[in-house]
Design a protein around this ligand. Structure first.
Ligand SMILES: *Cc1c(COP(=O)(O)O)cnc(C)c1O
Length: 397
């Protein structure tokens, strides 16, 4: 079976981890934490990077640092990983899933504008935009750079400014993805380093990994300080066993940071693997009817975390049937995420009727899947996958 994903650990991992073990520094107090944070911040071109235990806790910490709470709402894309609405729910706030665009599958700025103009009003005394349907204040938006392609950040940042929304980027699938603002030199802004706070995951299948782990990045000194305090039990300065806020233990271990530092040394090599994989798929699949391939906008560097394709009617088979046939031929694939408004875990909120419809996300979720995209993928495996797709189409066409 050609696996859908496989991590690649590489050169210095064992050396750095051995250093942790030999020195006895295995908790979050070791030197690799600071080294990994500094190197990651420098790589992205952002002032602060704060290690945490996962991408999920990174999102929660980011929202907590922004003081998002039960009276608030947070706008998220309808097509995303479940950690995004979960993180909003942990704060007591309500996630509002908005539809995505049909080309890059990311949060559609027009949906944000339509929601704010159509459903919200500005409350002068609270100085916030209020959702008329719930009475809650819309406080933040979470653009998710899905499958490695950056969101249209310029339009989203402009909207966020005009409606007073904080921007929390979810870059869990987009380490090293780049974005260009109009008027900027080409591709200078890193996904995750554009909004108020960016969140990363280092789960085993991401662009770089620490096994489990995550990072919160920000250019704001106050937010960074608050994130550092809240991720470590909010110790009162200078006073033992006094704590200033309700806080968490989201501390990464030195062992994980050692792996992360070694991984970061090869991040551009990993991205090159993903981009070469995408180029090979694109070339080999161009002759096959009825598959929509991922694209790269001229203002973006796509890091192709996953090679995500959509099945059109003209292919002659449904997505699910195609995935089964590929499996029979030894090719493992995954379907797209199930939209947030279809999740059983959010059924109660959905039943309240406050989630807008998201026809594009529904359609993509029914037709989308991703091909084997691991960092260990070989040219032979890519050719096998594409040959299998061609054979299946010939058999069913
Ligand atoms: C993987 C992922 C997360 C969660 O990261 P974990 O480290 O698994 O908690 C969040 N958002 C997106 C878009 C992801 O792909």
């Amino acid at each position: 079976m050609i696996p859908v994903n496989e991590p690649l650990l590489g050169e210095n991992t064992l050396k750095y981890v051995t250093d942790c073990v030999e020195s006895g520094w295995i908790s979050s107090a070791g030197a690799y934490i600071r080294k990994f944070e500094e190197a990651f911040a420098e790589y992205l071109g952002v002032r602060h990077a704060v290690t945490v235990t996962s991408g999920t806790t990174a999102l929660h910490l980011a929202l907590a640092a922004l003081d998002i709470g039960p009276d608030d709402e947070v706008l998220i894309p309808a097509l995303t990983m479940i950690a995004v609405p979960y993180a909003v729910l942990y704060t007591g706030a309500t996630p509002i899933p908005l539809d995505v665009d049909s080309e890059i599958y990311n949060l559609d700025p027009e949906q944000v504008r339509a929601f704010m103009d159509g459903r919200c009003r500005y409350d002068k005394s609270r100085k916030r935009w209020i959702d008329r349907a719930t009475g809650k204040a819309v406080r933040a938006v979470i653009p998710v750079h899905l499958y490695g392609h950056p969101c249209p950040m310029e339009a989203l940042m402009d909207l966020a400014r005009s409606y007073g929304l904080a921007v929390v980027e979810d870059a869990a699938e987009a380490h090293g993805a780049l974005y260009r603002f109009s008027g900027d030199p080409p591709l200078t802004r890193a996904a995750g380093a554009i909004g108020d706070i960016g969140c990363f995951s280092f789960y085993a299948n991401k662009i770089i990994t620490t096994g489990e782990g995550g990072m919160v990045v920000t250019g704001d000194d106050g937010l960074a300080e608050k994130a550092r305090r809240l991720k470590d039990l909010a110790h009162a300065p200078g006073a033992r066993f006094l704590h200033t806020d309700l806080a968490f233990n989201y501390r990464m271990t030195n062992l994980q940071a050692a792996v992360g530092l070694a991984q970061l040394e090869r991040i551009e090599a990993n991205i090159a693997v993903k981009r070469d994989m995408a180029a090979a798929y694109e070339k080999l699949l161009s002759g096959i009817q009825g598959l929509t391939l991922p694209l790269e906008k001229e203002w973006a560097r796509n890091v192709y975390w996953m090679y995500a394709v959509c099945v059109e009617e003209s292919f002659g088979l449904s997505r699910d049937a195609l995935m089964r046939r590929l499996r029979d031929k030894g090719v493992d694939t995954r379907s797209f995420f199930v939209p947030v408004n279809r999740q059983p875990a959010l059924e109660r909120i959905a039943a309240g009727g406050v989630f807008p419809e998201s026809p594009v996300a529904d359609d993509l979720a029914a037709r989308g899947f991703y091909l084997p995209s691991g960092l260990a993928i070989t040219r032979d495996q890519i050719e096998t996958v594409c040959r299998a797709l061609g054979e299946i189409q010939a058999e069913s066409g």
